[in-house]
Design a protein around this ligand. Structure first.
Ligand code: ATP
Ligand code: MG
Length: 413
């Protein structure tokens, strides 16, 4: 039976139709209008309405309130979550992050609280027309990123908008309006006042996107680069090499671990760990970044590695990223490409099934053969596994013989 699936856009339009049927004003708002006008596919479709959150919840009984203080309700439609936000104006920002209070109001005022003109557009899905209170359409045509209202005030209200500016300018290939840019330069040190998690989230989005090189360049040009983390001081020459490394990464969305490794790999390991810690990256992400950077020298000297070491590198889930990172590092630093070619050549013939085969003998096997539990057992197991990966020990029988030899050697000592 063919499955009937609706797109997120259809879901948003259906939610709008219901709101209108109840007598409310309801429009598509923000990023989705921008992306549609640019011919890009929006990540999500947000709806803005004059209906109060209580009314929205009454009309959509299964809706969930996600931002009570901001009047945001999540409506489930056709298996999509559509954010329905009541038009609001934000009160004073005292902490550089959150408005003290919000007030429910009109579409025109709601547009004013949004960050950039290109993000302040609405779309009337019934009349098929754009509603533009902020000059966003003209800036879209001119590929210009500009704050709505006074840049000084808007960046002082919420410092994170400075990184959002970089993310949008890079992703869309837009220029930043001179007034907007000069205020970012002025207020860049204020980044220190916002939470590491929010900085990390924006940085991840900037670096994972194909436009990461452009984003990194904007971070440098706007003076933001030195304020991402205190342990990560800016250094024009190192930052330029990082830029070059980024330019050799694939022209597509990449894993965040690879992106961070590419901008951090010239730094000492202790600093890398400090930066990850300061940005509150997850343990998983931190250990992946650390593995990528720590394995780079081995990958660059694959000729000197034993087969077992090569296989241990290849068995890591981040191995494909390591290959890409080495390529970028070698290309950016002007080293001979042979280092990279050697890694490819040395690993090309290793069968997938040979990379991480199940061990020929387990700890239980060794115990039943009379090896006492303890560090000795662990050492035997890992030496045996290396011998197996080196293809010196090929089956269980050879493994038993190997064990016998090792134990005899030890007895002799
Ligand atoms: P993306 O495609 O990356 O999701 P977006 O424009 O949808 O881009 P969101 O962060 O999802 O960005 O926010 C949705 C809308 O909310 C924005 O288009 C903007 O109008 C408004 N907005 C979001 N964050 C801020 C902010 N910090 N200050 C002012 N307005 C904001
Ligand atoms: Mg969005």
């Amino acid at each position: 039976m063919p499955q009937h699936t609706h797109t997120a856009k259809q879901a948003a339009i259906a939610v709008i139709a219901k709101l209108r049927q109840e007598g409310a004003i309801a429009l598509l708002a923000g990023g989705c209008v921008r992306d549609e006008l640019l011919g890009l596919s929006p990540k999500d479709y947000d709806v803005a309405t004059d209906a109060l959150p209580e009314q929205v919840r009454k009309w959509f009984p299964r809706a969930r309130v996600v931002g009570a203080q901001f009047g945001v309700v999540l409506v489930r439609k056709y298996r999509h979550d559509i954010e329905v936000a009541t038009f609001r104006s934000d009160g004073d920002y005292l902490d550089g992050r959150h408005p003290e209070q919000v007030e429910f109001t009109t579409a025109k005022e709601d547009a004013q609280r949004r960050d950039f003109t290109i993000n302040g557009l609405f779309y009337d899905t019934e009349k098929n027309e754009v509603i533009d209170y902020v000059g966003g359409q003209e800036d879209l045509r001119n590929k210009l990123l500009r704050t709505i209202g006074e840049p000084t005030k808007r960046f002082a209200e919420d410092h994170l908008r400075m990184l959002r500016a970089v993310r949008f300018a890079a992703r869309l290939g837009f220029d930043v309006h001179p007034d907007t840019l000069s205020q970012i330069k002025q207020l860049a040190p204020k980044l220190r006042a916002i939470s590491a998690e929010r900085i990390a989230m924006e940085l991840e989005a900037i670096l994972a996107a194909p436009s990461r090189g452009c984003g990194w360049q904007w971070l440098i040009d706007a003076g933001l680069r030195g304020y991402l983390a205190t342990s990560w001081s800016d250094d024009l020459s190192a930052d330029r090499t990082a830029l070059s490394r980024l330019s050799f990464l694939p022209d597509e969305e990449i894993p965040v671990s690879l992106a961070f490794a590419a901008v951090l790999c010239h730094l000492p390991r202790t600093i890398v760990n400090q930066v990850c810690h300061e940005l509150r990256l997850s343990n998983r992400l931190t250990s992946d970044i650390s593995w990528l950077i720590g394995s780079l020298p081995e990958a660059a000297h694959s000729r000197r590695l034993e087969l077992a070491d090569l296989k241990l590198l290849m068995a890591h889930p981040r191995w494909p990223e390591l290959v890409i990172l080495l390529n970028a590092e070698v290309s950016a630093s002007g080293q001979a490409m042979s280092v990279y070619d050697e890694l490819i050549e040395n690993t090309r013939h290793i069968e997938k099934s040979a990379v991480a085969p199940p061990p020929l003998l387990t700890g239980d096997d060794l115990k039943s053969l009379g090896v006492n539990a303890g560090p000795q057992l662990g050492r035997l197991l890992s030496s045996l596994y290396r011998a197996q990966l080196n293809e010196k020990v090929k089956d269980r029988q050879q493994a038993l013989a190997w064990l016998e030899r090792m134990r005899n050697n030890q007895d002799d000592k």
